[in-house]
Design a protein around this ligand. Structure first.
Ligand code: SF4
Length: 102
């Protein structure tokens, strides 16, 4: 089994309805890192404005105090993170703050 087949756990990769050429993927995996990075730049430039950077802002509409315990998540109430829990933000307040960011 090739490196790619091992990585994906099956002999073929299906993306967009097509079957990937595993040999081509293996060849790509074998590329030196800088060559792979160059290819990634070409793909990015083919599909996006090359020097545009999307800026995003995260807004926490509720911080901490979650009654669930997903084990890994510091939002769970059982963790003591030193950050004060907040109530769920009012819809109008969230919409207002989102509008300010646009
Ligand atoms: S991921 Fe975190 S915030 Fe979401 S339900 Fe689990 S503990 Fe709560």
């Amino acid at each position: 089994m090739s490196l790619v087949e091992t990585a994906i756990g099956c002999p073929t990769a299906v993306e967009g309805g097509g079957v990937a050429d595993v040999d081509a993927l293996d060849a790509m995996f074998a590329l030196p890192f800088s060559d792979l990075l160059l290819r990634a730049h070409h793909v990015h430039r083919a599909h996006h404005a090359p020097n545009a950077v999307q800026l995003s802002t995260l807004l926490s509409i509720k911080t901490g105090g979650c009654p669930e315990d997903c084990g890994y998540c510091p939002q769970a109430a059982r963790y003591h993170t030193g950050v004060d829990a907040t109530q769920l933000m009012a819809v109008n307040q969230g919409l207002f703050l989102c509008a300010l960011q646009q």
